[in-house]
Design a protein around this ligand. Structure first.
Ligand SMILES: [Zn+2]
Length: 96
C-alpha cells in the first residue's frame, strides 16, 4: 500500500465523520495521538508503538484529506530529492 492509497482508504473510512468535526477539532485529536505516541515510545510494547504510529499516520492523513493535500505528492516534493536544504542523502547539514 502506498502513502496515497493509505490516505484514500482513510478518506473512504472517515471523511464524513471528520468533516462534521471540523479542522480544529480534528487537529486536537491528532495532537492527542501525538501524546499517545510519545507515551508508547517511552514505555510501550512494540505492539503499542506500532498501534500509535498507525494512529498518528491515520490522523495526519485525515488532516491532509480535509485540507485537500496529497500527502504522497507533498512528501515527494519536499523530500524526494534528499534533504530539502543540502539535497544530500544522508543529510550533510550542520547541527546548530
Ligand atoms: Zn541537509
Amino acid at each position: 500500500m502506498t502513502i496515497r492509497e493509505f490516505q484514500k482508504a482513510i478518506e473512504a473510512q472517515y471523511f464524513k465523520k471528520d468533516s462534521s468535526r471540523g479542522l480544529g477539532g480534528t487537529f486536537l485529536w491528532f495532537s492527542e495521538e501525538i501524546g499517545e505516541l510519545a507515551e508508547a515510545l517511552r514505555h510501550g510494547t512494540d505492539a503499542e508503538k506500532r498501534s500509535e504510529f498507525a494512529d498518528v499516520l491515520a490522523w495526519l492523513s485525515t488532516l491532509a484529506n480535509m485540507s485537500g493535500v496529497d500527502l504522497e505528492a507533498a512528501a515527494l516534493e519536499k523530500y524526494g530529492k534528499g534533504c530539502p536544504r543540502c539535497l544530500g542523502t544522508p543529510c550533510r547539514c550542520e547541527e546548530k
